[in-house]
Each structure stands twice: as C-alpha cells, then as structure tokens.
Design a protein around this ligand. Structure first.
Ligand SMILES: NC(=O)c1ccc[n+]([C@@H]2O[C@H](COP(=O)([O-])OP(=O)(O)OC[C@H]3O[C@@H](n4cnc5c(N)ncnc54)[C@H](OP(=O)(O)O)[C@@H]3O)[C@@H](O)[C@H]2O)c1
Length: 416
C-alpha cells in the first residue's frame, strides 16, 4: 500500500525559529555522556544503500513543492514553513505529540501512517487523518522500503528532515527487529533518497544497558545512523533518549484511588527515573529539527525535578488521594524465577519467545533505573541526567485522578 492522500495540507502558521542559523556541520560527533556501542545483532540484513536525491518530481502539492535545485544542507537557513519534515511513527503516543508540536511551529509536516493505526489498528482512516490534522498524511508501509520510497516519490516533494518515533507496538523479538531496526532504517534510506539532511531519532535511555531485543534493535540503528553521518558530512542526526514517560508510571493511579494497595518490587527503591511529559518530550524533539547545539549528539533527557523511585511515586499518589499508604512489596526473585522458567520453555517451544521477552521487559523495568548510567561508576546517576520542560508527574497524577486515564492507554507492551 502506498497511497498518499493530498489532505490536511493547510493550516500551517509561520513561527520564526528562536535558534541562530546553522553555521556549519560539526566535524566531530558530540555524544553526550556516553558512547554508543554496537550491540550484537544476529539477523542478516541488507546493507544500507543511500542514493542521491535525484528522483523526486516536485509538482503535486503547492504547499510542499520545492525547487529541484534546493540543496539538502540549506534547510536550516529556511523558515519552518519551507522545511519539509517527514515523521514516521506519527500515530504513536509520542509521535502524535511531535506532529502537533511541529505543525504548531509552522513546519511542513508529512506524517507517514497506516490507514488502520493505533494499538491493534483500532483507529480507522478517518480517525487517523483527524489525529494528524495540520500535517500532510501519507499512508504507506514503513516496513517495505520500495513502497515507502514510492509513496514519498508520489508526493512530489523533497525531504529536509526525518523524525522517527517508530517503535514496536509489543516489544516482541521479531517485531522489535522489524520496526525498531528495519523500518526505522527504511525511513533513513528513503528520507535520504529524497534529500533529508538531518534525522531525529526517538530512542530510549534504557539502550545504554541493552538486555532486551528492542534495545539491541534501537542501538543497532543508532550506530548505523551515526556511521551514516560520519560517511556523509552533509548529513546530521540527533538521537533522543528519554527517561520514562508519564503514562508509563500511571498504571496504578486508578487502583490507588479505588483504595487498592500500590504494588512495587523489592523495597520500592530498586529503580528510579526522572519522568518527562509527552508535550515536553515532543517540544525537545521539535527543538532537534533546527537546534544547532543538538546536532550529532546522543541526548539523554528527563523531565524537571529530581529522580523518583516507585516508593516515592506511590507515596505521592496516596498523598494526593488523601489515603494512608498501603504497599505490596513483591520480591524481585519471583520475576527471575518466572523468566528462568520461560527461558526453559522457549528452548522446547520457540514460539514462546515473545512471552519470555515480555517477562524480561517486566523484569528490566522493575529493577533498572531510567537515568544516565555513569560509565565510571557503572551506577545510575540522577544528577547527570539532563532535565527539560516544566510538567511534573505530580500534576499529571492529579489530572489523571480527576479526569481518568482516557487517551493514556499503555499499549501492548508490558511497561514500555
Ligand atoms: N514508554 C516510556 O516510558 C518510554 C520511555 C523512553 C523511551 N520510550 C521509547 O519511545 C518510543 C515511542 O514510544 P510510544 O509510546 O510513542 O510508541 P507507540 O505509541 O507504540 O507508537 C509506535 C509507532 O510506531 C508505529 N508502528 C509500530 N509498528 C508498526 C508497523 N508494523 N508498521 C507501521 N508502523 C508501525 C505505530 O503505528 P500504528 O499507529 O499504525 O501502530 C506508531 O506510530 C519507543 O521506542 C519507546 O521505547 C518509551
């Protein structure tokens, strides 16, 4: 499927960039805090073929059409209304906030989507178009490079920047490889083919300790993205590695409100995070489109304030509902036992590999902090984890207590 509908192309407002103009590409790659390592990754994949932007036919949509003479490195000197930003993963939880923020800032946003989007395809075509209003919606298949390239070609535009918010919807083994690596790479290859000079990747802070398949898939793409910018000095990247999203911490809000105890692993202090709200993260990602200081960097990012453990999050919730704290402390060893058992089953029944992977995802987030892992001490460090934005988890909890979890569904993955 590669139908791109010329709808929703209006409503752009010009917002002047607050940033200085781009003065030149950085020769050295500034990786904040830690270096990216290439994780072992078993499946054979085609090598990256990046073509010159020669095939696009700029004629179909006035709003987006640019001169074929446009050079890909000049987008930073243009106004947002002249900059074409291709967003893949546009219908995801963060992707949708990112589309809205980019539209608000006046960019020409082309949102790649599936006609049936959302968890298990729950949104039909009209709903998908409506959630992406203000953007140019292009229905395509990011898992198929040929189809994706054809769709972009049909739009008749060049691409200046690709923003990827793609993520496996379930975190399973094959799906992670398909989406977090292959489909994301397809968007790089296709984006570059049509002129993209910059790629903004939504990754995750947890890839610094990659024990899960989706983390290895993300890390593999990260390292290839960095290599691509090393080979092509006109091409840059920003890799955004956020800590926990608010929604991921809200799973027990309504239970506590209903008088149930708060469930946590160990003493509730095994892990911590500096949660970031979806609008704040979307704003940071949008900053990466033009931000000269955010170019060629791996950018771990958390929200405002200090780190919070599950115990502190639970205490906050009980305080907000005005009830006496009640905790159930589950020994983490229970998860280790369950994972060991599932791994044993997988050796006999390989079809259970995703079930075992989901167990590992649960175990990971029960014990690993979503903070910078200091390479010197090999410990998580809240102070070294940068903060951005203004929204606090406490205000978010208050809102969920008043308005419920509508629009905050947790998706298919166990935690992330
Ligand atoms: N949750 C957290 O606290 C947290 C913290 C840090 C980092 N992260 C990372 O943030 C990223 C984004 O998370 P999110 O919650 O926004 O993800 P999400 O809501 O699950 O969105 C995933 C996006 O990828 C698309 N996608 C998935 N499978 C696809 C397929 N087969 N074909 C085409 N498109 C497909 C989805 O499209 P459809 O709508 O068509 O399915 C959707 O647009 C993830 O990589 C996650 O690891 C999460």
């Amino acid at each position: 499927m590669s139908a791109c509908t010329p709808l929703n192309g209006n409503g752009f407002t010009l917002q002047p960039s607050k940033r200085r103009s781009f003065k030149g590409l950085h020769a050295s790659h500034l990786i904040s805090q830690f270096q990216v390592t290439t994780a072992p990754y078993a499946i054979p994949l085609p090598s990256l073929h990046l073509h010159q932007p020669s095939k696009f036919r700029p004629k179909k949509f006035n709003l987006f059409t640019v001169s074929a003479n446009s050079t890909k490195t000049h987008f930073r000197n243009k106004n947002p209304k002249e900059i074409n930003v291709l967003v893949v993963g546009s219908t995801g939880y963060i992707g949708n906030f990112v589309v809205k923020e980019l539209v608000r800032r006046g960019f020409n946003v082309v949102a790649i989507a599936r006609e049936k989007s959302g968890t298990r395809g729950k949104n039909g075509k009209d709903e998908t178009l409506s959630m992406l209003s203000g953007a140019k919606v292009c229905f395509s298949d990011v898992t198929n490079l040929e189809s994706l390239e054809k769709s972009i070609e049909n739009l008749g535009i060049s691409v200046d920047v690709v923003v990827s918010c793609l993520a496996s919807r379930n975190g399973g083994v094959k799906d992670s490889r398909l989406i977090d690596y292959e489909a994301t790479k397809n968007s790089l290859v296709a984006g570059k083919k049509f002129g993209a000079a910059h790629f903004v990747l939504l990754s995750a802070i947890c890839v610094q300790k990659p024990l899960l398949e989706f983390q290895r898939a993300k890390l593999k793409f990260e390292s290839e993205l960095i290599r691509e910018s090393e080979k092509d000095e006109g091409f840059t990247y920003s890799i955004v590695r956020p800590t926990a999203f608010f929604k991921s911490l809200a799973g027990q809000v309504e239970l506590v409100k209903d008088g149930k105890p708060y469930v946590m692993f160990g003493d509730g202090k095994l892990c911590a995070c500096k949660p970031i709200s979806e609008p704040d993260l979307a704003s940071f990602i949008a900053d990466c489109v033009l931000g000269e200081d955010l170019v060629n960097r791996v950018l771990p990012i958390g929200g405002p304030g200090g780190a919070l453990t599950p115990l502190e999050q639970g205490e906050m919730l009980f305080r907000l509902v005005g009830k006496e704290p009640k905790f159930i402390k589950v020994p983490i060893q229970i998860m280790d036992f369950a994972i060991g058992f599932l791994d044993f089953l997988v050796s006999a029944f390989p079809s259970l590999e995703d079930v075992a992977e989901f167990g590992k995802i649960g175990r990971y987030y029960a014990a690993e902090s979503m903070l910078i892992l200091d390479p010197e001490t090999n410990e998580y460090n809240a102070e070294k984890t940068p903060s951005y934005g203004k929204d606090t988890l406490e205000d978010f909890f208050k809102r969920v207590l008043e308005e419920g979890m509508a629009g905050q569904e947790l998706g298919e993955q166990t935690i992330f």
